[in-house]
Design a protein. Sequence first.
Length: 327
Amino acid sequence: IVCVCRGGYEAAAKHFAQADLDVNLAGRSFMITGANSGIGKAAATEIAKRGGTVHLVCRNKDRAEEAKGDIVKQSNNENIHVHILDLSSPRKVWEFAEQFKKDNNLHVLVNNAGCMVNQRELTEDGLEKNFATNTLGTYILTQALIPTLKASSDPRVITVSSGGMLVQKLNVDDLQFEKGQFDGTMAYAQNKRQQVILTELWSEQHTDIHFSSMHPGWADTPAVRSSMPDFYEKMKNKLRTEAQGADTVVWLAVSAAAVQQPSGQFFQGEELGWRGGGGGDFCSAPRPVLSPLRCPPPPFSLRFFNRVTLSALVRRDDIQKTGLFPR
């Protein structure tokens, strides 16, 4: 675990190539979910420093506005916009995306928001909350914004997964975690596995958009402190900073080198292929590492959509559960 914590980052930092991140992002638009704290806020700050227009998609308005103020102050960039959205509500996600497309362009989507609920909890739509936020919310938002991304130059989608997904094989038979004893940590890990599979499938379906998923390493973020208190107490002196956790997100979102990698890959923070020296703050050229547990051939992985699971929810066939209704 040391390699994905602060020690591993600091050892690799000697070989960072800062040139990959010496970019001017003026005129490019970025959406980052869960951007009021942690890795999302750190990534938003770095993008704003480089001149990008940043849309912060957050659940809590007060925290979002506070984060916006911090980012503007640190970056001297006023093009920071706050959007309030609960990703666990399918209807709200869909409606938000539809309105956003009317008013804005978008070059890069960063699916960073996450949820780890340790006791099984249902949303007002009757959906298990981890799944509703991490998998379904991410899916609906990305699908809805794909037309806008395709209309932009060099479009990208980065999904912040987790190394926890390595302990879970894809399970399409119990997406709502209704069978057996509920384990919030394993539910979260399964969601993160699902995000990696989604990234692979999106890359096959939309070849004109560059898709990536990644593991940020173990960082000292509010989410880790609140959702994994025992882990945090044991590891708090070894965790990466929020900025260190955001390094690969930033590289994937802004560098020209990132899109030279094949679309659909999973980037694992502890295995990095550094190119040249430089000593910058952020990583460059992490080597894509496909998980040893990546999905089997397409016939099985397509079950993820073809059963009465995600596809039924997103197609709005089950109105009571999704809250979505054709207009």
